[in-house]
Design a protein around this ligand. Sequence first.
Ligand SMILES: Nc1nc(=O)c2c([nH]1)NC[C@@H]1CN(c3ccc(C(=O)N[C@@H](CCC(=O)O)C(=O)O)cc3)C=[N+]21
Length: 338
Amino acid sequence: MSPDGRFGELSDAAAGSAPGSTPEPREGPLAGPPAENAIATRLIDGKSYARRLTDAVRADVTRLKNEHGLQPGLAVVLVGHNPASEVYVRSKIAHTEAAGMRSVSHLLPGSTTEAELLDLVGRLNADPAIHGILVQLPLPTGIDPMAVTDAIHPDKDVDGLGQVNVGRLTLGLRGLVPCTPLGCLMLLRAELGTLRGLHAVVVGKSNLVGRPMAQLLLHEDCTVTVAHLHTPDVGALAAQADILVVATGQKGLVRRDWIKPGATVIDVGITRVATAEGRTRLVGDVQFDEALGRAGRITPVPGGVGPMTIACLLRNTLRAARLSIGLPDDEPALRRAD
Ligand SMILES: Nc1nc(=O)c2c([nH]1)NC[C@@H]1CN(c3ccc(C(=O)N[C@@H](CCC(=O)O)C(=O)O)cc3)C=[N+]21
């Protein structure tokens, strides 16, 4: 448990001896162009943190099965054909099953109507074997994502996107917290310890990442600036950040001069690009090579935030299952806003 009791087990995890929990700063080819007083940028190994978190979830799932006869169940709903979404959904299903949970997937045609989708959500809400429901975004045009996320019962809303959980997060009440910002926060707390008093700049104001990220950082007593693509001179603002979280989906947006020397950079963006060899690779919102030698720490893409998103989804589903039978919540409370 951390001194202030919030997300304590995560700090403990970071203090452990997992490979990657205290990685040596990488140098040589990864250290970027040689520069005067260059900083040895430390890579934040999200994959390793995610593995540890998933291991802990798997152990708890086993205990829940043995002691209470309950297997957590996650329903993932995907509407229409979107190659990127299909990859993520497949990965979520595989990780759910690997953690010992039941995975149910509903792959619906692109012609599905909002009414049909709401009907499915209603049936999943009523299904006692389903503890978490995730409707993959984006949804096809013609379906209102707000209507769908809001139809999910708040206790099964493992994405934390419905009105009830958004309100709880804003007020600092217990609830289900969106997986990506939760994963980012876990990495930050594990890497930096307390975040109190640090200036965090969040670039991006989406309901999925930017806004909940800003709320979480406020609960950590950061000074939080939320910037977005309409912010004038966003780079100069970003350069004031001790913690820079970028979630815009604009590949390579963040250049070297956007980064305060020594800052911690969390790159949430993930874009698939074609390589010269006719293959594809994933890149983030940060010009990674420019950040090396400048940032103090950075999450790589892939292998940074993405794996933590999935691990947090598993954790949220486990929590939802435990709460469904009245077991105590092991997630420390957020500190309430004044
Ligand atoms: N309702 C909803 N909830 C979501 O959480 C949600 C969503 N919709 N829509 C799309 C985004 C995207 N997302 C990712 C999850 C895992 C990786 C991930 O595991 N990435 C790996 C690489 C995966 C690969 O190789 O393609 C990595 O970064 O290392 C990425 C992206 C969740 N999202």
